[in-house]
Design a protein around this ligand. Sequence first.
Ligand SMILES: Cc1cc2nc3c(=O)[nH]c(=O)nc-3n(C[C@H](O)[C@H](O)[C@H](O)COP(=O)(O)OP(=O)(O)OC[C@H]3O[C@@H](n4cnc5c(N)ncnc54)[C@H](O)[C@@H]3O)c2cc1C
Length: 423
Amino acid sequence: MPEHETSTDVLVIGGGMAGLAGALALRENGADVTLVERAAEFGEVGAGLQMAPNASRILKRWGLLEKALEIGVRPKHLVFRDAVTGEELTRQTLGGEFEERYGAPYLVIHRSDLHRILLEACQAAGVRLVNNVLVEGVETVDGRGVAHTASGVDYEADVVIGADGLKSTLRATVSDDGPVPSAFVAYRGTVPVTESTPTAHLEDVVVYLGPDCHLVQYPLRKGELLNTVAVFKSASFARGEEQYGGVDELEAAYKDCVPAVREALANLGTAARWPMYDRDPIENWVAGRMVLMGDAAHPMLQYLAQGACQALEDAAVLQDVSHGTVFTAAGIHPDAWDGAIREFNTLRAGRTAKVQRAARLWGESWHVSGLARTLRNLLFRSRQDGNFQYNDWLYGDDGFGVPAAARPGATVAEKTVAEQGAA
Ligand SMILES: Cc1cc2nc3c(=O)[nH]c(=O)nc-3n(C[C@H](O)[C@H](O)[C@H](O)COP(=O)(O)OP(=O)(O)OC[C@H]3O[C@@H](n4cnc5c(N)ncnc54)[C@H](O)[C@@H]3O)c2cc1C
């Protein structure tokens, strides 16, 4: 038998960004929260993560933004270039007006740093964190969620939050769908910044757009590291090969790109490759007293850099819908969870479906060739720095699927976004 309590107010399954954020949010509301994770240790693999203001506003609300900024980088610009010619197509300045408009900075941070910040916040808040627990299924019995684990121990809670990622076991409770392969494969790497590192990549997020490929670079850890991500369409995927997207294909995919791009491939780790998946949006994330969040609910392609950002929005909305309903000054009302998780699902499914679909389209526009590339470049070149028409819906929303200014208590920055959006 485990040494810890297996009956709790809230059980969170999965210790990725989504699970930790959800656990922290509900613990802050006053719940007794247990988070179980199948891995022996908490941690994140991979390199950098972009946190747009819709997510950094949430870090700010939880008092974690300063910690993230201490170790992260505030890039000066988001710059798009053509990977074949090297030409700059458009840029967005990320400080000044951008930051004022959205009420928080654009931030880039090492995944393991953000994960640690959330983990430490959970520990400090008193979330019970348990490793080596593989959940095999959840059912609702007598109004409580019961999680069955591989060890035979059952955990029960008033509500179970399924944050078990892209390949979610719990999603099978609400849908029979599966991950959708995109045919694209990512390689990632971080290298120390040295005197020979091109200065163009030390202050900005730079995205090179090429036919069937792109490459992203930005600094991490106060500019000490350079993060590189290369993503390309695998020819062997189309041939039905299981281990598609090998290193030979990586080299070939960038052969027509400018030297700055080809040389950046040397920064990548080639021991691991990440085939890119998402899933089609689904409307229902709720089964009895279990609700999905994060990639388990809405996995998306990474082109908008929003997967983790949307997980933070999930957590903030879950915090808001349960505050004053489940958690009141008079105490905790478990019966109110049925309404709260339904409301959460309703508020979030539309917004995240839009982000999932937009991510697919945005990626398509990056990878075009021929006439489509010429037209894409014309459109990008015609856009002025400081034109927010493509950003407001994403960065000016707090996750409720309506402009933040439409809700009581909106900040001046949020009202500005709404007024300018309406004009
Ligand atoms: C190349 C790439 C670049 C990206 N860049 C960005 C970016 O710049 N900005 C951004 O916001 N997002 C980005 N994302 C997306 C982001 O990484 C994900 O959306 C986010 O990490 C998902 O977090 P999660 O907690 O939902 O899932 P996961 O990180 O997958 O966590 C799920 C956790 O659940 C555990 N688990 C799974 N099954 C069980 C089980 N049965 N029982 C117990 N535990 C279980 C797992 O071990 C894991 O710890 C990127 C993704 C990729 C691939």
